[in-house]
Design a protein around this ligand. Structure first.
Ligand code: ADP
Ligand code: ZN
Ligand code: ZN
Length: 731
């Protein structure tokens, strides 16, 4: 008889302790195996964390433990699910993020291998489900269904999962408005890129490589201005480790940036590359995962979750654009790929290179204190300086000769000049939609989201009002619901409006828009960026999606239409994000032979994030922002942990938070500030009321243990669930 300690697929804090089961079958079963277990009336999946052999009978064991014991239903795996390194990593991540181990395993593994009942269905065949419009009909449909119909009208055939929610698509299929079909999708094959002749590294690049390889630090910050050739450094370093017989893990911040990186690597190293990110189909992901496990890949390129790749013998882990927030998962276990990489390198001894033009404050501060090594690329490869930037004060009279306060005279002139010279322009505006909100001119009524209270944004493309914080949608109303007046004003502006003004001002210019609305359909993003690179468009208008990573050689003007947008967000990172976005966007200009320019329009021309962003003066920004972080008690001076309380009644959530705070204060921890109970922006979301507590601390040894125990203790009791997020970015 064997006693199995099993954590189950239910990832709640309150259930994160192992359950005890029995097994007297003959299958091989050990730690790191998945098993099916009875759980109440149901059968669910579990993961074995400990096995004890015993000669005792069920009865004896039950008497010993004082509770009834059940047998597992069956063993699923024939070999351990994870190797030793990944198991250690999973445990380290669960520990640091105070998350249930099961949630880490679920984030770590492809769907068909995760400890989750759904995994039993296995990877799907290698085809994808697509939908297309059969009837162009909107009568009797809900706004969400209409939104889907209009999307298909614009985009033609799209992937079923991109069309809308499963429920909406199902309803439209049932009504005969959509039809579904399968498209065979050959499993992902890395394009047979031509091998290239490698660039001769510049002196700066050689120094950086030398510095990284000879550094006694296992973690090194590579700080290189935009266009300084960081990629070539990654490639050279990879070559070095491959020659030593080691393998390489290369992370990029977003799925959309993987193809470019894969191309660089396959041109240099041929077919030893595997790709891992959440955009692959389950079958592709399974295939790539197995290929890596079998040792057929020497290099893995991917987004956040690729940090968990089952690659053995890793010599180098590169985190490109390490400052980007998408490296942090926004659901449990809330892990950050950069911190996870560092944990992994502690286990396997790999070198970690953190690359960025604008490092996160945490990373830069650690490099300055000698905790990390440091290498830099201070110049652009092209020999061109950084773009010349001008800040345009939108408050001044002069710039107000402009079109409804969207474009200043200066920006209009510059756009005209560049297009005239057959050069390209990028216009950044970090807000999608047409106007920011709709108000009644007669009575002042503002259309707000009934679910979360945010003003609704008007979308011209499908004539709807949408909430940008939850998924509420409404038809664009003809009259004010309060006074019946039909004079509704569209206030503020987004990317769609910029497109309209461009069309009015430069009727012959070819303009395209790229934001998360246009980008909802992945094929559109790929074809759009390619077309822009081929100069099929003169102007690209978009949100932060266009600011990152891309190399468009003909772009010589970047216009930031309204740089202030992110400044007032209620997160301690508002300035850092604003600075990064400006610096990255400006960095898209003048990357090749011709000198670049940038124009930053703002109503806060003296705000340091904007001033230093425009100058791309990272060091000055760093010093100034560090002062603010110190004054207000934020990272990297203080650590943060947020505890969230979710309940079906508002009072319950509020009371749980207040009680929790009281108990925490009684412990008398040193250097601890507890902010809250606070009401998060989405105070009612997915059927739950929410309250938060933010813990700011310097030394977490005792505090962390307290939080973990206390959250486990209260979670699941009295209709309240508590959730911990370590190192939150949005607080
Ligand atoms: P970054 O990531 O630092 O912004 P990239 O890696 O995109 O910069 O490099 C900018 C450009 O410089 C690319 O077009 C790249 O091909 C080119 N490049 C990089 N290294 C060299 C080199 N040693 N010689 C010539 N061109 C180079
Ligand atoms: Zn009104
Ligand atoms: Zn909403």
């Amino acid at each position: 008889m064997r006693v199995l300690y099993v954590i189950t697929e239910i990832g709640k804090q309150s259930l994160s302790k192992p359950f005890t089961y029995l097994y007297d079958g003959h299958d091989q079963v050990d730690v790191r195996y998945r098993v099916m277990v009875p759980f109440g009336p149901r059968e669910i999946m579990g993961f074995v964390t400990r096995v004890v052999e015993t000669n005792k009978t069920k009865k004896e064991l039950e008497e010993e433990t004082g509770m009834p014991l059940r047998y597992i239903s069956r063993v699923i795996d024939r070999e351990p699910l994870l190797d030793d390194e990944l198991m250690k990593l999973a445990t380290a991540v669960a520990d640091y993020y105070m998350a249930p181990l099961i949630s880490v395993l679920q984030a770590m593994l492809p769907k068909s291998l995760a400890p989750r009942r759904g995994a039993l269905k296995g990877p799907k065949e290698a085809y994808e489900k697509w939908v297309r419009l059969l009837k162009d009909e909107e009568k009797g449909l809900t706004p969400k269904q209409v939104e889907c119909v209009r999307l298909l009208k614009r985009s033609g055939e799209v992937l079923k999962k991109e069309a809308s929610t499963p429920a909406v698509v199902r309803a439209l299929l049932d009504k005969g408005i959509l039809e579904q079909f399968d498209k065979p999708r050959s499993r992902y094959v890395i394009p047979e890129a031509e091998r290239e002749v490698a660039h001769e590294p510049t002196l700066d690049q050689r120094n950086a490589i030398e510095e990284i390889l000879s550094s006694s630090h296992s973690i090194v910050l590579l700080q290189g201005v935009t266009g300084s050739g960081k990629t070539e450094v990654y490639l050279r370093l990879s070559e070095h480790y491959l020659q030593e017989g080691k393998n390489v893990l290369m992370l990029v911040p977003e799925i959309s940036l993987t193809p470019v990186m894969v191309e660089y690597f396959s041109r240099r190293f041929g077919r030893v590359i595997a790709i891992l990110h959440s955009g692959l189909t389950p079958a592709e992901k399974y295939d790539e995962y197995q290929r890596i496990k079998r040792g057929e890949a020497r290099i893995v390129v991917g987004a956040r979750s690729a940090i968990f790749a089952p690659l053995e013998n890793i010599g180098l882990i590169v985190i490109d654009e390490e400052h980007v927030d998408s490296y942090k998962q926004s659901t449990a276990p809330f892990y950050h790929a950069r911190e996870t990489a560092i944990m992994r390198s502690k286990i396997n001894g790999a070198k970690v290179v953190l690359g960025s033009a604008t490092p996160s404050l945490e990373t830069k501060a650690r490099a300055m204190r000698g905790i990390y090594g440091y290498a830099s690329l201070p110049r652009r490869i092209s020999g061109q300086g950084l773009p010349t930037t001008t800040i345009v004060d939108m408050r001044s009279q002069e710039s107000k000769g402009s079109v409804k306060h969207i474009f200043s005279k200066q920006l209009i002139e510059k756009i005209g000049e560049k297009i005239g010279k057959q050069e390209q322009v990028i216009l950044l505006l970090n807000r999608r939609g047409y106007s920011s909100y709709i108000t009644c001119e007669k009575c002042g009524y503002v259309f707000e989201c009934p679910d979360c209270g945010s003003p609704l944004t008007y979308h011209y493309e499908d004539q709807m009002l949408k909430c940008h914080h939850c998924d509420f949608i409404l038809y664009f109303p003809k009259v004010c619901p309060q006074c019946g007046s039909s004079s509704l004003a569209r206030v503020g502006f987004g990317t769609e409006r910029v497109m309209k003004e461009i069309a009015d001002l430069f009727p012959s210019a070819r303009a395209a828009r790229l934001d998360s609305d246009a980008g909802k359909v992945a094929k559109n993003v790929a074809s759009l960026t390619k077309a822009f690179k081929n100069h099929e468009y003169d102007i690209l208008v978009g949100t932060e999606m266009i600011a990152k990573g891309h190399d468009f050689p003909l772009v010589t003007l970047v216009g930031d239409v309204l740089a202030d947008i992110g400044l007032n967000l209620s997160t301690y990172r508002a300035s850092e994000r604003t600075f990064n976005l400006i610096a990255q966007a400006v960095g898209r200009s003048g990357r090749a032979k011709r000198k670049g320019e940038a124009l930053i329009q703002t109503y806060s021309p003296s705000h340091y994030a904007i001033v230093y962003g425009a100058k791309q003066d990272y060091e000055a920004f760093f010093r100034r922002e560090m002062m603010a972080r110190k004054t207000f008690g934020y990272p990297p001076y203080y650590f943060l942990i947020e505890v969230r309380f979710l309940a079906d009644k508002e009072e319950k959530a509020a009371r749980a938070a207040a009680d929790f705070k009281r108990v925490a204060l009684l412990q008398g921890f040193k250097d601890l500030e507890i902010v809250g109970p606070g009401t998060p922006f989405l105070s009612f979301f997915q059927g739950k009321y929410r309250r938060t507590l933010l813990f700011k601390y310097k030394d977490g040894t005792l505090l962390r243990r307290f939080l973990r125990q206390e959250v486990e203790r209260i979670s699941g009791k009295g209709g309240v669930e508590a959730e911990i997020e370590v190192d939150p970015l949005d607080s």
